[in-house]
Design a protein around this ligand. Structure first.
Ligand code: NAD
Ligand code: USQ
Length: 397
């Protein structure tokens, strides 16, 4: 297949591009490199030394003989350019990662809230609009989030996107109706993913666009089979207070002797998936498209759930780190249970990588190898959810 990977320079997009190219697909990365600009804005850099996208694709060609093409396009701002590109290239499938994805970044200030909403909602809408306008029959696979549901399973597993509800008619009969599981976002970023869901629902029904929405949990790890092939194919690894996700942050903190930054009691339970499984799930979704006229296909893309304090204790045990319980800069439930249905991917043959000690230590190795690149002053989470929550001032221990 000819596959457009939108946001293919990012943490999940890059290993996905390599994996799909390795499988023989003709991969075209479309990215505006905004994530690299945000690194500059925040004064941070990936833990792993990351080459330019042009250099990365050159190394991939040198190692494998396969070409990955790169196109610099802003999905949110360059609608006409995007439309022209789709009309000329006519991909068979499109994987859409191209959004601002950090919850803390989206809550930093009014400017960051506006940027996140404008970028994410416009990117998704421009894409759908252009697909229809160019008459493309491409299968669109979008990376959504488990956070669209909120994080409480209220005693029943969270289903894959849809909920069957009984509605009482005027005649007093109860009829069953399928609705999107109620949205309950916990940040401006997560809210944009809820808005994306409505855009997808509309375009699938109105225009027959074939869409799969992957409600993904927190991705951890860094390497995949392909990024290991050459030092310059390495994936990015965020550890700062805005973009670093919880488990990857704990791993780098352990590697440099920084007490693990648990927010509140650490009673928050979240869904997780290893980067290698994330890439495999995207391939499985691409191989199993919905038919035109079918409703949006929704998968819960996660393999296990963990409580934050249990993760901290596990990392502390393996790596001999200390755990610090800090005031929580976010507005979120202090404790929650989470049970998630992920049967669709399991039925398609996903064999999950679980968070075993062996794998964790492998990531700690990566963290130790590049520990010299860490700027400790960028570790504290300083973005607060409301004005009455004072930003966490974590002193460098
Ligand atoms: P990332 O920030 O590393 O990558 C996103 C890429 O999209 C970047 O290269 C960025 O430059 C590009 N981009 C952003 N806006 C764009 C625009 N308007 N036009 C063109 N390119 C644009 O993020 P990631 O961690 O790789 O996440 C990818 C997707 O997966 C996101 O949509 C995110 O919401 C979702 N997701 C990520 C995680 C995770 O833990 N990382 C978990 C669940 C879901
Ligand atoms: N947390 C800590 N300490 C830290 C960092 C985070 O205790 O140092 C806590 C947070 O308060 C939160 C939980 O860990 O309760 C998860 O935070 P996170 O930053 O790892 O993840 P989140 O903000 O939810 O966002 C990440 C990705 C996002 C994706 C989402 C999937 O950045 O793109 O959509 O995970 S999910 O969480 O399933 O919605």
């Amino acid at each position: 297949m000819k596959i457009a990977v939108l946001g293919g320079d990012g943490f999940v997009g890059w290993p996905t591009s390599l994996h799909l190219s390795d499988r023989g697909h003709d991969v075209h990365i479309v990215d505006n490199l905004s994530r690299r600009w945000i690194d500059t804005e925040l004064g941070v850099q990936s833990l792993t030394p990351m080459d330019s996208i042009q250099e990365r694709t050159r190394i991939w060609h040198q190692e494998t003989g396969r070409r990955i093409h790169f196109h610099l396009i802003d999905l949110a701002r360059d609608y006409e350019v995007l439309k022209r590109w789709l009309a000329e290239e006519r991909p068979d499938a499109i994987v859409h990662f191209a959004e601002q994805r950090a919850a803390p970044y989206s809550m930093k200030s009014d400017r960051h809230k506006n940027y996140t909403v404008n970028n994410n909602v416009s990117a998704t809408h421009n894409l759908l609009n252009a697909v229809v306008e160019t008459g493309l029959d491409a299968h669109l696979v979008h990376l959504g989030t488990m956070g669209v549901y909120g994080y409480s399973s209220v005693g029943a597993a969270i289903p894959e996107g849809y909920l069957s509800v009984g509605v009482e008619t005027l005649a007093g009969e109860t009829v069953s109706q399928e609705i999107l599981y109620p949205a309950n976002p916990g940040s401006i970023y997560h809210m944009t993913k809820c808005l994306d869901q409505l855009l997808f629902q509309f375009y699938a029904r109105n225009d027959g666009v074939r869409i799969t929405d992957l409600h993904q949990g927190i991705v951890w790890g860094t390497h995949t089979d392909q990024t290991r092939r050459h030092a310059q194919l390495v994936n990015r690894f965020d550890y700062d207070g805005d973009y670093g996700t919880v488990l990857n942050r704990f791993l780098i903190q352990a590697a440099i002797g920084y007490p693990l930054t648990v927010h509140g009691t650490g009673g928050q339970t979240r869904a997780f998936i290893h980067i290698q499984d994330s890439v495999r799930c995207i391939e499985l979704a691409l191989n199993n498209p919905p038919r035109s006229g079918e409703r949006v296909k929704i998968f819960n893309q996660m393999t296990e759930t963990h409580r934050v304090r249990d993760l901290a204790e596990m990392v502390a045990r393996i790596a001999g780190a200390e755990v610090a319980y800090l005031p929580n800069p976010r507005k979120e439930a202090a404790e929650n249970d989470l049970v998630v249905d992920n049967e669709q991917f399991m039925a398609l043959g996903l064999d999950p990588i679980t968070l075993e000690a062996g794998l964790l230590s492998e990531v700690i190795e990566v963290a130790k190898k590049f520990a010299y690149r860490v700027d400790r002053s960028r570790i504290p989470a300083v973005s607060a959810w409301t004005r009455d929550i004072a930003p966490t001032v974590e002193r460098d221990p």
